[in-house]
Design a protein around this ligand. Structure first.
Ligand code: HEC
Ligand SMILES: [Cu+2]
Length: 436
């Protein structure tokens, strides 16, 4: 008896210690359980399409919760009430099995049908709603095309034609007008990807040789996180992108700035002060990818700050040297800097790359250190990426097909063999950072 009570006291203390240790551990990870408003939350959403998807999720959750409680209580009641109380009970014959009472059977069928109908009505209306922009809002819609590549996204703006240079396009950061429906045509040049901006809408597959479609709307200006949601190869997990929603004037200004050709810095600036770059991952400490909490700014303000040109900190001679290396080292074969050099379509358009807050599919913060790191070893930063392997692991360069869509050039077996010295990298970084 004494041993028993000793054991139970010990067990009580052990349980308390375990609970305490568990709580302490949980405070270490920002679980954010009650708010669920992380960057990629589907619960704290910012647009009507994601809201309709979330509401549907709630309906299903509540219906299944009610079913769970009813079934669980009946099971618990039967288990306790009819448990074996003696050894005679344990060896008793099972009671006579009766076929159900028609009222109960009909009742159960009716209840199941009711549960399905409760789920079906909002499901169908959500399918209709997300299928296309509502008629009343159609005239207000804006069009973009998103194309998946291993492992980054390209965005085309078909409404914005640049005389002599085709459609405005950019990559990895999709800038959209806030408060307006945005129609997104989804395509893929290689494998299947899936387009997902948890706070706004998704997921819809991007399938080679098939056009898919998604629409979304951001309630207000903001900075949103997106992600490829379907396994697509080595670096699938870091195939990310950002969506920046802007008010009408700011969006228009952004379009104008993007339509302009690349900057060509030739006049030497004043003092060589380092440009300041703003970081927006305020809940992440500095780590090897360069995310820092230097600026506890809201991400949209950081993005805005990043659009500014800091001419004072620029070294024109170094930038010009970078531009020469960009030509000499065959970067031009895969990249376009409209107005300056190159017409390659294998990699992201770099015309205004300096104004993006991220590079390499949203993996790295766009700072000089991280750009240098990318150029030094793209393969180590992002395993299997096509900048490092180039075309030698593929059938050939991309070229524009008959319908204006990129296809592999099967006759091209060029293998890039790029070797860069640290001096080359410094110059290239200066050039790339100047392209705002
Ligand atoms: C064989 C084609 C190819 C060559 C040659 C090439 N790149 Fe790339 N580059 C790519 C691809 C593909 C990506 C996208 C990789 C990813 O994010 O998965 C990329 C990404 C980049 C990025 C990041 C852009 C962004 O918005 O994410 C920069 C900067 C860049 N390249 C600069 C260069 C420079 C400088 C050179 C020449 C030294 C070069 N590239 C040569 C294909 C190429
Ligand atoms: Cu993908």
């Amino acid at each position: 008896m004494r041993l028993n009570s000793l054991l139970s006291t010990t067990a009580r203390w052990a349980r308390a210690a375990l609970a305490l240790a568990g709580t302490v551990l949980l405070t270490g990870c920002d679980l954010n359980f009650w708010r669920m408003d992380g960057h990629q939350s589907t619960i704290a959403v910012d647009g009507p399409v994601a809201r309709s998807q979330r509401d549907l999720f709630y309906v299903t959750c509540w219906v299944t919760l009610v079913i769970f409680i009813i079934v669980g209580s009946v099971l618990a009641y039967a288990t306790i009430k009819f448990r074996a109380r003696s050894s005679a009970d344990e060896h008793a014959e099972p009671p006579e099995q009766g076929h159900g009472n028609p009222m109960i059977e009909l009742g159960l069928i009716g209840a199941s049908v009711l549960a399905l109908v409760i789920i079906a009505i909002p499901t169908l209306s959500a399918i209709w709603y997300t299928h296309d922009v509502p008629e009343a809002d159609k005239s207000n819609a804006y069009d973009v095309t998103a194309t998946g590549y291993q492992w980054w996204f390209r965005f085309d703006y078909p409404n914005e034609q640049i005389p002599g240079s085709g459609t405005l396009n950019t990559s990895n950061e999709l800038v959209i007008p806030a408060g307006r429906p945005v129609r997104i045509q989804l395509r893929s040049v290689d494998v299947i990807h899936s387009f997902w901006i948890p706070k706004l809408a998704g997921k819809v597959d991007m399938i080679p040789n098939r056009g898919n479609f998604l629409w979304l709307k951001a309630d207000a200006p903001g900075y949103y996180w997106g992600q490829c949601a379907e396994y697509c190869g080595d670096s699938h997990a870091v195939m990310r992108f950002r969506v920046i929603a802007l008010g009408p004037k700011e969006f228009n200004d952004w379009l104008n700035q993007q339509m302009a050709p690349a900057r060509n810095v030739t006049v030497a600036g004043a003092a060589a002060a380092k440009p300041q770059f703003a970081s927006y991952r305020k809940d992440f400490k500095q780590n090897e990818r360069g995310w820092s909490d230097r600026f506890e700014l809201n991400p949209l303000d950081s993005w805005r700050a990043h659009q500014e040109v800091d001419a004072k900190g620029e070294d024109a001679a170094l930038i010009q040297q970078g531009r020469q290396i960009f030509n000499a080292k065959s970067c031009v074969n895969c990249h376009t800097v409209r107005g300056n050099d190159g017409s390659g379509i294998n990699g992201p358009n770099l015309t205004h790359v300096g104004a993006r807050t991220t590079i390499a599919g949203g993996l790295l913060e766009n700072t000089p250190e991280q750009v240098a790191r990318w150029l030094r070893h793209p393969d180590q930063v992002k395993p299997g990426n096509k900048m490092y392997y180039g075309v030698n692991k593929m059938a050939g360069y991309l070229k524009l097909g008959d319908d204006g869509f990129p296809v592999r050039d099967q006759n091209d077996n060029y293998v890039p063999n790029i070797t860069l010295t640290e001096d080359d990298i410094t110059a290239l970084v200066a050039y790339i950072s100047s392209l705002k």
